[in-house]
Design a protein. Structure first.
Ligand SMILES: [Zn+2]
Length: 360
């Protein structure tokens, strides 16, 4: 049954993933995050399961949990692939590499961000260069992170955000908040001031596993944008170097913020740059599969709430628990109908990636 692929916490997801990968005959690596621990002090790992020859010329990389607790969804998709034997459908020349819980801190602690409050999918910038400026975030930071999460203070903050959207348009607000910012470590969508552990770890997976590879297909599972249960395919690569190819692989369904076709605002520092630092734009065909949960307002409020409790609230308090439930629910619809849609789309995506890889 589809719903059995999904898990109620990181430990269960990890056990299921490792069990399914082992049963399928994968070679497995466990990468310990030395900077983070789980809610009960437990060790946290990103797990890598690999199939295919060591000198493979093509690689299909499937990632879950880039955004922490979005991994409830992506982990279920990965486990479904393994349990249903879909790893066997790859062509022999292709390495199939699963990366489970890219951001294990966020997955285990039910947060979208990493242990250093970083949005991992904004962290892949060149940290030796001046950071991209998000001037709009400066304007709204105090509303995104109010001093109190109740009563008049919260209402004033929400009014501030609403006024910004009224003046500049809702997409401008989404861009200001979610585009990524390097100036406020206590803020939302903080992109960091150094490569975070998961960033460095992904780069080491690329160098350890893909030195002979000529073409990478990348699938990174996300949640929280778009209509409930719909899996939008957002280009996760160089627009000029890969959009046309991605369209031909995925039935012309690929969207991009570069041409305004995506529900995503324009972002900086996305994970695809870890690949584009090693591979030419023509060598990467990457997509993020973005599953809708609730409306943007609900999701952004939950992210602000989670950020707020981690700054100001004691773990286990009523408000803390309320915030935890909000961020969990905002990024994962824990019902069978949603999971069935997610699973069906994930299998469709994998099949198209296999077919596409045959053409390069
Ligand atoms: Zn995401």
């Amino acid at each position: 049954m589809v719903f059995e692929y999904f898990s109620s916490d990181y430990n269960e997801a990890r056990d299921k993933f490792l069990g399914a990968a082992r049963a399928a005959g994968a070679s497995i690596e466990n990468r310990l995050n030395p900077n983070a621990s789980g809610p009960n002090g437990e060790e946290l790992y990103t797990d890598v399961a690999r199939f295919g020859p060591d000198d493979a010329k093509k690689a299909l990389v499937i990632i879950s949990g880039t955004h922490g607790n979005e991994g409830f969804c992506g982990s279920g998709c990965q486990i479904g692939y393994l349990k249903e034997g879909l790893h066997q459908n790859r062509s022999e020349e292709t390495a199939l590499i699963f990366v489970h819980a890219m951001n294990p801190y966020g997955f285990a602690n039910v947060r979208r961000v990493t242990e250093d409050n970083v949005d991992l999918n904004r962290n892949f910038v060149d940290h030796s260069k001046p950071y991209p400026v998000n001037a709009a975030y400066e304007e709204i930071h105090r509303f995104a992170v109010p001093k109190v999460w109740a009563g008049g203070g919260l209402e004033e903050a929400n009014r501030g955000l609403a006024a910004y959207a009224e003046k500049n348009g809702p997409m401008a607000l989404q861009g200001a908040v979610s585009g990524g910012q390097h100036t406020h470590p206590d803020g939302v969508f903080f992109a960091g001031t150094a490569p975070t552990w998961s960033n460095t770890m992904l780069r080491s997976i690329i160098s350890d596993h893909m030195s002979d590879v000529d073409h990478v297909a990348l699938i990174d599972f996300h949640t929280g944008l778009g209509p409930n249960g719909h899996g939008e395919l957002i280009l996760n690569g160089d627009f000029r170097g890969s959009c046309e190819r991605a369209q031909s692989w995925y039935n012309n369904e690929v969207t991009s913020f570069e041409d305004g076709s995506s529900t995503s605002a324009k972002l900086t520092g996305m994970m695809c740059f870890a690949f584009l630092d090693v591979f030419a734009p023509e060598q990467l065909t990457g997509i993020a599969v973005e599953y809708g949960t609730y409306d943007v307002g609900t999701v952004l409020t939950a992210m602000r709430f989670d950020n707020w409790i981690n700054l100001y609230e004691t773990p286990g308090s009523d408000l803390w628990n309320e915030g935890k439930k909000a961020i969990r629910d905002a990024l994962y619809c824990d019902n069978d109908e949603w999971k069935a849609l997610v699973h069906e789309r994930a299998n469709w995506v994998l099949d198209h990636a296999y077919q596409g890889l045959k053409t390069v």
